[in-house]
Design a protein around this ligand. Structure first.
Ligand code: DGL
Length: 274
């Protein structure tokens, strides 16, 4: 069983990408709607919430857990990985997006957008630095290092959740948030939040054709094939009956309504206490 963990229903954009590629596995999704949004919380609070949620998914029999929430991945991934030491395998969504971005950037000018928590953690910038050998600069720029420009976009999550994806207010906010990144001539932009794939078209339009936009949700699913090839022992433990269960720690109706939109198929959330 593969478990997904998120602050609410946003992580369903990540699960959607997995389901497209790997429909055969059994999946459990846990949305911590009672404590959403995670974006404004402190690192300590997120660590505590993620530990509890991981525990719940382990009890449900998950052999692999994906922390789909960018804020939770940024803050808590290392903490839970150190606690569980590979049993079960716990993965986040930052590194796949970072690897893809470093392979795609032409000039090494990289933008990252996310919640306040994700940007404050500096986790994307750290990982980009760590994996920067993956960037191949052109000969003219051989000695230049990557440059990372980060922008918190706190209003985008509520706008998406209110269904205002094509609204003029969302367009105005996107233009405001993306302006400094456009001025910095970023040529690759990481969508470092579960909600932003729903705004991807508009973001691409604003950034223009010289900027490649990378969805952390899609990058995470794209990377898992390689992960399975390198870790056949992990893949072998995963059950394959195509099962899907969706849990939420609060507001099952809201979770089911919005979750169905995020996943692109009708779902029923089951309320659980974690
Ligand atoms: N899931 C969060 C993320 O990807 C966005 C929503 C929230 O702040 O809880 O960062």
């Amino acid at each position: 069983m593969i478990g997904f963990l998120d602050s609410g229903f946003g992580g369903l954009t990540v699960m959607k990408e997995y389901l497209k590629k790997y429909p055969e596995y059994d999946y459990i999704y846990l949305g911590d709607q009672a404590n959403a949004p995670y974006g404004p919380h402190s690192t300590e609070r997120i660590n505590g919430l993620v530990l509890k949620n991981v525990e719940f998914l382990i009890e449900k029999g998950c052999k692999m857990i994906i922390i789909a929430c960018n804020t939770a991945s940024a803050d808590a991934l290392r903490v839970v990985q150190q606690k569980y030491k590979g049993k079960p395998t716990i993965l986040g969504v930052l590194v796949p997006a970072v690897e893809e971005t470093l392979q795609k950037t032409r000039f090494g000018n990289i933008g990252v957008i996310g919640t306040r928590g994700t940007i404050k953690s500096n986790a994307y910038a750290r990982e980009l630095e760590k994996y920067s050998v993956l960037y191949t600069p052109t000969e003219k720029r051989a000695n230049e290092k990557i440059k990372v420009y980060q922008q918190a976009c706190p209003l985008l999550v509520p706008l998406v959740e209110e269904g205002m994806i094509k609204d003029t207010v969302s367009r105005m906010m996107l233009k405001k948030y993306l302006r400094p990144l456009k001025h910095a001539h970023v040529d690759a932009l990481i969508l470092g939040c579960t909600h932003y794939p729903l705004l991807q078209k508009e973001i691409e339009r604003i950034m223009g054709k010289n900027c490649t936009v990378i969805s952390s949700a899609k990058a995470a699913a794209d990377a898992i094939g390689d992960y399975f090839r390198n870790h056949p022992d992990v893949e072998k433990q995963l059950s394959r009956k195509g099962g899907r269960t969706y849990y939420t720690t609060d507001c099952p109706e809201r979770f089911s309504n919005l979750g169905s939109k995020f996943l692109g198929q009708k779902i029923e959330g089951i309320k659980v206490d974690v």
